[in-house]
Design a protein around this ligand. Structure first.
Ligand code: CTP
Length: 428
């Protein structure tokens, strides 16, 4: 998600991961955000104001009681000017102070004063992180609507292995984007298919295609960001499981159809972004087939059509397909919309510049029964949000035609963050 026009206040506290702060600032600025940095006194032991001032292009603040700093940008101005506050890394100490409502330095004072959403990325020794006091403090903050970013597992600066590493800047960016995103999918369960499928010829060879899975993964991230429960059923890709998404990895079209059939009933939105192989070898060999001289023939049979056969249609479910074409884009896509009984189809000409396989951008046209909308060439994250905007409109117009839902609306901050921390506490 782009962050143009957004102002992020980055609070850096005194843990060894503070050395990663300049990288976080750079990543936020690359997405278009304005970044103001506040360093605590202990953070100054690990990173200098000069380096953060250089990468952020903004004055760095370190003290509540420095007359010069306070007269230039006061702490209330910093608190009010932020669209989102990110604390990375967050030490056990700052987490404890925030949970107790203390305000004994610039950062904690801003955190009490701000109305902006807060994202906390704890990073510390594994035993400190697992300490029940730290966990209780985090639960308390999550209960107040703060987003807690679960640390990564790995080797820690203290020599231990375990949970406690500050996640990659991209993960932090995703959490900041989620804190800023609308909450319009909080009542939806979104099932997405992604990637190619692999149809075995023998134990070492297969038939597949060039899909990277990037569009489906971008959709999964966007739906999760907007508050949905998301299930991603993906064929083999090199992409990591998105956070806050239940990812199910499959190989073949048959497996994908089986998993989708099991998940579809609970889904209110189904989006088929997978490039499912249309054919599979009809008799895959049990052993590796030896090389033969001259021509050989591979007999193929049709695979199941996942979106057409494994997803029940009904008024409570919006079903979206993709049509990747090389000619007659709109006509072919419309044909698939009707033939597969879809509510919306995303048509893309894979031969167009910036719209093929394995690129970061896409050029698509959205087609439903109300009309056609050609979107500009843009990043796959932006395309994903545009598709979800259209799905949200379809859902709303459906719901207007139905009796109003009796399900209570989940409050975004407490509901989502609370769910997440509950999940974390249950896993241990
Ligand atoms: N699809 C599917 N299962 C298949 C084939 C396609 O679920 N076995 C879905 C795709 O995920 C996509 C839509 O159907 O959402 C259209 O896929 P596409 O490959 O463009 O169409 P096909 O039905 O395969 O037709 P053709 O290959 O003739 O273009």
């Amino acid at each position: 998600m782009r962050l143009e026009g957004k102002s992020v206040l980055l609070g850096v506290t005194g843990g060894i991961a503070a050395y990663k702060a300049p990288e976080i600032v750079r990543s936020l600025r690359q997405r278009g955000a304005r970044v103001r940095v506040v360093l605590t006194q202990s953070a100054l032991e690990f990173v200098t104001p000069l380096s953060l001032q250089t990468v952020s292009g903004e004055k760095v603040s370190t003290s509540l009681f420095d007359l010069g700093q306070e007269s230039e940008i006061g702490h209330i101005q910093l608190a009010d000017g932020a669209d989102v506050v990110l604390i990375a890394p967050a030490t056990a100490n700052v987490i404890g102070k925030c949970a107790a409502g203390l305000a004994d330095d610039l950062l904690t004072t801003i955190l009490l004063a701000t109305r902006a959403p807060v994202v906390v990325a704890p990073a510390m020794n594994v035993h400190m992180y697992e300490n029940s006091l730290v966990q209780e403090n985090l639960s308390r903050l999550a209960g107040r609507g703060w987003r807690i970013v679960e640390p990564d597992v790995g080797s820690l600066a203290c020599g231990y292995e375990g949970l406690g590493r500050l996640p990659d800047p991209n993960v932090l960016l995703e959490e900041v984007s989620a804190a800023l995103a609308p909450d319009d999918f909080a009542r939806e369960t979104v099932l997405i298919t992604a990637g190619p499928t692999r149809e075995p010829i023998d134990p070492v060879r297969f038939v597949s295609n060039r899909s990277s899975g990037k569009m489906g993964f971008a959709l999964a991230r966007a739906a999760a960001r907007r508050g949905a429960r998301v299930v991603l059923v993906t064929g083999p890709t090199s992409l990591a499981d998105p956070r806050h998404v239940r990812t199910v990895r499959v190989e073949t079209a048959e497996e994908m159809a089986r998993v989708v059939r099991g998940e579809a009933r609970a889904a209110t939105v189904v989006i088929a972004a997978a490039a499912v192989a249309d054919f599979r070898p009809s008799r895959p060999a049990k052993e590796k087939a030896p090389k033969k001289k001259g021509r050989s023939t591979l007999e193929l049979e049709a695979t199941p059509d996942v979106i057409a056969t494994a997803v029940p249609r009904g008024p409570g479910r919006v079903v979206v397909g993709f049509a990747a074409e090389t000619t007659d884009l709109i006509e072919r896509a419309r044909g698939k919309l009707e033939r597969k009984a879809l509510d919306l189809i995303v048509a893309n000409d894979v031969t167009a510049a910036g719209a093929g396989f394995d690129v970061e951008t896409n050029l698509v046209t959205l087609i439903d029964r109300a009309g056609t909308e050609a979107l500009p060439l843009q990043g796959k994250d932006e395309v994903a949000d545009a598709i979800l905007d259209r799905v949200a409109r379809l859902r709303t117009s459906r719901q207007r035609g139905q009796a109003p839902s009796t399900r209570p609306r989940v409050s975004r901050s407490a509901g989502r963050a609370g769910r997440r921390v509950q999940g974390r506490l249950q896993r241990r």
